[in-house]
Write a protein that binds this ligand. Structure first.
Ligand code: UN1
Length: 493
């Protein structure tokens, strides 16, 4: 059995904790990938110390030189893409074509961040006073603590880690205990790319390890992706400690299909949005809001298509939907199916675990569709994080938007329509950080802001240029070359 170690100060080093956890393949619970340390406060301290020591020289390296290393990391992610996709599929289950996409997102982010190191623009403005110049620029903040979920083991960490490094920060990364092997490869790749010792560190562990990272006094910023409950707890700690924190949390994303939509396109959209990654995306389409004119017909066609989704081990080439991440999550999904039935929604497809043939070895759940779901039901409001779709009927566009907004989350949203007027009304009125027109709720692009409102986030956006707002502070500079004490305009008016 392979034993993995934390990565601190450029060395894969044994933990000070005797506690460990095993990482197993969700498609085959007999397949153990390795044993990882459940790290303690000494490990966190060592990693933060290494990152603190590395900060001075890394932050002073010219930003485009930092970019050269990130570009090289993009090249190595490209070279190791197939190998890393297999590792990722084995540890978290989604099919190879999806894990290849996960790595592509990191490649795109690496090249994007590398390029942005030449464009970390500040502002230069006129001064109120003669012979005086005003400018501002972005400063790195210090050591960033990065805590992420398992569903995008490479892409989502890359959205945070690579911009943080581009800005001149150093990083301690605590990956999910369900996808630690991918984090090990992340460290190998950054090392090979030439990242100096201590700039990037990985500490494995469970929830307690993450909270030790949040509490550490030398961590200046926390970047978090995960559940709303954990993120909210992190935010209150960071509030008390005056730390910046960026949260990317749950979703209950709605796809609206109007009666003038391209039905075939909308069907394909909901299949991919709801059942891609077995519904385990914060952007997953978990609610479908159908115009009343097409309700019955659309549902019938959707059932036919969803029935033919091929479920299995993601390592097999023809698998379309892999397992869910672990036994606890399987139980949670089963519980929501029980709740949905008890609330009076009608389960027209699935609703049960899949345990035929090879699926008996893992945590598989059938694509599940509930119809006649009403807004007061828990399956309409709560994030399930599995292949469960709740379908609701709307009388009009206005009604559909009201239903979409009747939710505590606000990450992604989608409208299928042939009407440009309807599209722009939805773009204006849907309460979400992301709105797609004629595309499903999933599929964000690396160079665009990503994040949500309400219970999904706390005002930050990762991805794109907005990620640099998380990982920098502004320095404002005044240069007075008048040779006299001019004071400021307010003192002379
Ligand atoms: C997530 O589930 O945390 O747009 C992020 C998408 C993906 C990102 C999902 N690229 O669905």
């Amino acid at each position: 059995m392979r034993h993995f170690h934390n990565y601190i100060s450029g060395v894969f080093t044994s933990s000070n904790s005797s506690e460990t956890f095993a990482n197993t393949n969700p498609a085959d619970r007999d397949d153990c990938i390795g044993i990882f340390p459940d790290s303690n406060a000494i490990d966190i301290n060592d990693a933060v110390h290494a990152a603190t020591l590395a900060f001075n020289s890394w932050s002073k390296l010219p930003a485009p030189k930092r970019g050269d290393i990130l570009r090289k990391a993009g090249d190595i992610f490209t070279r190791r893409k197939d190998e890393l996709a297999s590792i990722m599929t084995r540890e978290m289950g989604k099919p190879i074509f999806e894990t290849l996409g996960d790595i592509q997102e990191a490649i795109d982010t690496a090249y994007y961040a590398a390029t942005e190191t030449r464009r970390l623009f500040g502002y230069t403005t006129p001064s109120e006073m003669p012979n005086k110049m005003n400018m501002s620029f972005r400063m790195p903040i210090g050591v960033c603590g990065i805590i992420t979920a398992w569903n995008f083991p490479i892409a989502v960490p890359s959205w945070k880690i690579l911009p943080a490094l581009a800005c001149g920060n150093t990083v301690v990364f605590k990956p999910s205990e369900d996808s630690p092997h991918s984090a090990h490869i992340f460290a190998e790749i950054l090392e090979e790319a030439g990242l100096p010792t201590g700039v990037f560190n990985v500490v494995y562990g469970k929830g307690l390890t993450g909270s030790l990272l949040v509490d550490h006094p030398d961590i200046s910023v926390i970047g978090f992706t995960g559940s709303t409950a954990t993120g909210t707890a992190i935010a209150s700690k960071c509030g008390a400690l005056n730390k910046k924190c960026s949260l990317e949390m749950g979703g209950k994303n709605a796809q609206i299909v109007m009666n003038d939509a391209n039905m075939e396109l909308a069907l394909e959209g909901v299949l991919w949005g709801a059942f891609g990654t077995a519904g385990q995306r914060c952007t997953a389409t978990s609610r479908l809001i159908l115009h009343k004119d097409i309700y019955d017909d659309f549902i019938n066609k959707l059932i036919t298509k969803a029935t033919s989704i091929r479920i299995g081990n993601g390592l097999h080439e023809n698998t379309q939907m892999g397992p869910v991440i672990n036994h606890k999550q399987l139980e949670k999904i089963q519980e929501y199916v029980r709740i949905g039935r008890a609330e009076g929604a009608i389960c027209v497809l699935g609703g049960d675990i899949e345990d035929k043939n090879e699926c008996a070895k893992g945590y598989f759940f059938k694509p599940t569709i509930f119809i006649d779901v009403l807004p007061n039901m828990r399956i309409f409001k709560e994030e399930i994080f599995g292949p469960v779709l709740s379908v609701t009927k709307a009388d009009s566009l206005q009604h559909a938007i009201e239903l979409a907004n009747d939710c505590n989350y606000g990450l992604s949203s989608s409208l299928f329509t042939g009407s440009v007027d309807a599209a722009f009304q939805a773009i204006r009125d849907i309460q979400a950080g992301i709105t797609y027109i004629n595309a499903p709720t999933i599929g964000a692009e690396a160079h665009m802001p990503f994040g949500g409102i309400k219970g999904t986030g706390n005002g930050h956006r990762e991805g794109g240029w907005t990620a640099f707002d998380i990982f920098t502070e502004w320095k404002t500079v005044y240069v007075d070359y008048s040779g006299s004490l001019q004071k400021a305009q307010i003192d002379n008016y």
